[in-house]
Write a new protein. Structure first.
Length: 80
């Protein structure tokens, strides 16, 4: 999934939901998004990711649930 300003828009949406994590481009052209926060906020975020910002082209969203204690999370949400 990717499009115009996708990572920046993703970070903005995540911050509005008080999520921590990051979004970064992958070598294959996809965007990897890791997020932690309240379950309800994460659910809203995943729904948003299926569409993304205007002009984005989202072809698929894969969700994997991980133990947040296994990650070193940034204090907010950043776009790399």
């Amino acid at each position: 999934m990717q499009g115009v300003f996708f990572r920046a828009s993703t970070a903005q949406r995540a911050r509005s939901l008080a999520l921590r994590g990051h979004a970064r481009n992958e070598p294959d052209g996809s965007v990897l998004v890791l997020a932690a926060g309240a379950v309800a906020a994460l659910d809203q975020f995943v729904l948003w990711l299926h569409t993304g910002p205007p002009m984005a082209s989202v072809t698929s969203v894969d969700v994997e649930i991980i133990d947040p204690a296994t990650m070193d999370w940034p204090p907010g949400f950043v776009a790399h």
